[in-house]
Design a binder for this molecule. Sequence first.
Ligand SMILES: [Zn+2]
Length: 692
Amino acid sequence: MRIILASLLLLITATPASFQTNSRLGMSHANVARLRPFQSQLIETTRPENCRREHRIFTEKPHMAGSVQNYELAKYVAKRWREYGLEDVELVEHPVYLPWPIRYEATIVAANEKLSLKEDPIPQDKDSYSDDVGIPYCAYSADIDVTAPVVYVNSGNPEDYDLLAKQGIDVRGKIALARYSVPYSYRGFKALTAEKRGAAALLLYSDPADDGFKKGEVYPWGPWGPESHLQRGGIVYDFNLPGDPRTPGWASVPGGRFLPAETAVSMPTIAAAPMSYKDARKLLEKMTGPTAPDAWQGGLPFRYRLGPTSDKLHLIIENDKKVRSIWNVIGRLRGVERPNEWVVLGNHRDAWVFGGVDPSSGSASMMETARALGQLKRNGWKPRRTLIFASWDAEEFTLTGSTEWGELEAERLKAGALAYLNVDSSSSGNSFSASAVPALVEFLRDVARDVPDPSGGSIYDAWLRNSRAEGSKEALVTTRLGSGSDYTVFLNFLGVPIADLTFDGPYGVYHSIYDSFTWVDRVGDPGYYYHAAMARYWAVAALLLAECDYVPLDYAAYAREMQVYIDETERAARERKMQLDFRSVREAARAWERNGMTASAGARSAVERGDRARVELIHKGLMKVERALLDEAGLAGRPWFKHLLYAPRPTYKALILPALTEAIEAGDNNLARAEIARLSRALNRAAKAIDF
Ligand SMILES: [Zn+2]
């Protein structure tokens, strides 16, 4: 559909055209030249057909966190990694609070009509006939047994409830029916909002205007969600605290210390569950009351109304309250020269059902990345630094596996981690997309220049083309970092520079049973060329970081971006007529920028002169900067989040300068002044770490 085979075959055998000079990769020309054959080997040994074979294995059965199948897959990953030549491969167990569903029923009372609450099999996808898909649910939902009318709350955002209130519609004690928003807004925020507004429960449905037939062809003919697809997912308040709710800030280990889960700041008190539009339409058709505003009208062929429904719904949601063991798989390629300096590569393994795209496309790419790097080592490569491969468990619940492991290994990670490279879904389409701290932007672009794209040219060429189509002059990297995948513990708790990578495209089956092997094989990435492209990109990035002379973190760029955030924040304060003096943060950001430039230039010239002591000094300094942006006290009400430049909002959207911004949004002058001082101290620490 998207790929011309002839050009692909050419690409697989071609050597990438351009290799960069040292400045952005943090290494000498000689080092770049030394690595060139290794890069070519990585690119040549990585094969789409291997990705497809692995993908079939990962997606064969539902593999939710805590299930036997996901444990079996953990053992499979470990076995394969050992075969690939990875070292110290181990399954790391974390006992965590991981409720599973017991009961989900919804009956329209007077009509005595039971909603199906399940997805229909389709003949083109044998996996959709599986008996093991389980009860669809929202993880960490409260339990409920209620009979109440239903109200349509559009996207379930605060302004939606305000509009309902203006229309005289009271949601208190009623069941709120919200559609999943596009663009994506975290469902936990919808739960929090419904909880605050006093709804009895929340039903989250997939409207055809958002990810179904109104967008285009539905599966199995196209990428969009068929009639009965529904989106499972967590509603936990992990924007307050990710990981096991019983262990805020420390690891859950067998025999360890645990608090009661119910009291955690991450636990919702509202009940919520997902629904297809096939079921939801039966409620929407029964809505009385005023017609919905045009912006609230979805894709079903009748006029939406605000409600309440003429008939009540009897809703039962029940989950067990169990602690279950989850299993991260950790493997290494040990560094020869600097074993305690780590480059970490991670992907989660657990899926809501089959996990076609999310996350098994990433798992398939990761297996190929691990195989290629293991092969390289067998062929004589001696990694300078240690590469760590992580197959995380229970990401879907509350970023659980990565968070617990990050907490377990906190000291070693803070001392020696250069970067964390995350791939959740690797390929729902062909459009390369990257999020990262500003310090890694140029490095990511350079890696993209060295890896071929299945469409011809390099990944960078295709990426730049797409970015230009969006009106950007440069290849776009999202640097405003919120949350939503396993990089959170690394950035927000540990202060490790992160990047999050994917190829995306139209994708309407997220967290449904149709997110399967067949969806990927037929629609998302036929031929698995983008899976292989991701494996190559990931492997080359890991190689370059493992081998650099000094870590290629560009803090002048980071500090420049910071000044944009300071401008925005100052504007927000002025709009609220707050009297705040930003001079100290500005001065600190400028010092940070100057030192960032001096450090990069100094490292470059020291590499050229062969002054290894100087290179080492600057390298060690660069490694401290992201850590310096943490403040141990953390953010108000959520001390686990320690980074003072980035945090997620409850929607998962990025909150820049979070402590200060929250003080300004609360209109609290004194707190804002204190936060300016705290931010200045962090920026000064960052500047001082690279004061050469
Ligand atoms: Zn995922």
